[in-house]
Design a protein. Structure first.
Length: 298
């Protein structure tokens, strides 16, 4: 069997085009553009790239982008004061603080300071709680992007066995909640899970989010299963290469031989993260401005 390749880049481009249409309609209705503020602390190279991409994508969708950069040694009070200022700014519909933060800053405290109704990352405990009990709120971008790809690939997920490998607050836990809400039978596996291979082999859906390069082997995958690879790991450069290759948490070549469908790295889940962020920001703008957005429009 050769698996279908789930093209996250193409799906994200389609979503971004729909967001741009709705952003134009929002501007007409509200008399202003939707606005997304992104805060970057420090000079982590990957974070700089992601923040630049977010700003560019926001502008391309016809929304305002507000970028705030603080030095790596910025103190907590300065960062919290900036978040409070953005909470109070009516031009800002969504606020995102790029993670990871420098080690001296308390991520949970910073996230807790963001107004939950502007928390387009869906990391605030209020939004985590809303997701857990099935109330409307903001859902973290990466897992929501994975769910969109899964529904596009499989249609109705009800009754399917799903394994989420990884239990982070940002991906693993919300992913499991989303799959449960779709009536999947969900297992969350992690570093202490016994017989991980057997657990994975039972699953119709595998979501790998562990941050370990090519850990999930093709022999672990049930034939025909759908595999979503959230990992983005850079291998050490091979001889003659200036940069190492990007790989996921799944052994892609082996998985292609067994699975029904699989996301590549790059070009799978990664592009969905930014597209869903724009979607969440536009949803926030509609809610903040009291402008209706049809259910399921985005
Ligand atoms: N506040 C947040 N911080 C972080 C988040 C987040 O959702 N909110 N997620 C990640 C980083 N991230 C966005 O911020 C992100 C990661 C990867 C991609 C992406 O498109 N990856 C490409 C490959 C990129 C490359 O060449 O290196 C792909 O997979 O095709 C987008 C966004 C951590 N921090």
């Amino acid at each position: 069997m050769t698996a279908s390749i789930i093209d996250g880049k193409a799906f994200a481009a389609g979503l971004r085009a729909r967001i741009a249409d709705h952003a134009a309609a929002f501007e007409q209705a509200a008399g202003r553009k939707a606005g997304l503020a992104v805060v970057l602390v420090g000079e982590d190279p990957a974070s700089q790239v992601y923040v630049r991409s977010k700003g560019k994508a926001t502008l391309e969708c016809g929304m305002n982008s507000f970028e705030h950069k603080l030095p790596a040694d910025a103190d907590e009070a300065t960062l919290l004061a900036l978040v409070e200022q953005l909470n109070a700014d009516p031009a800002v519909d969504g606020i995102l603080v790029q993670l990871p933060l420098p080690a001296h800053l308390d991520e949970q405290k910073v996230i807790a300071t963001i107004n939950p109704d502007k928390d387009v990352d869906g990391f605030h405990v209020t939004n985590a709680g809303r997701l857990a009990v099935g109330l409307p709120g903001f859902v973290p971008c990466t897992p929501l992007g994975c769910l969109m790809l899964l529904k596009d690939q499989l249609g109705n997920l009800s009754g399917l066995d799903a394994v989420v490998i990884g239990r982070s607050n940002i991906v693993g836990k919300p992913m499991a909640q989303l799959l449960l809400a779709e009536s999947c039978t969900v297992t969350i596996a992690h570093s202490r899970t016994k017989n991980l291979e057997d657990v994975v082999r039972r699953a119709d859906i595998v979501v790998a989010a562990v941050g370990r390069p090519e850990m999930v082997k093709g022999s672990w995958i049930k034939p025909g299963a759908t595999v979503i690879d959230v990992g983005i790991n850079r291998l050490p450069p091979a001889e003659g290469e200036s940069k190492g290759r990007l790989v996921g948490d799944v052994d892609y070549a082996q998985t292609l031989e067994v699975a029904g469908a699989v996301t590549p790295v790059p070009g799978g889940v990664g592009p969905m993260t930014i597209a869903v962020l724009l979607r969440n920001a536009l949803v926030a703008a509609h809610r903040n401005a009291g402008v209706a957005l049809a259910d399921g429009a985005l």
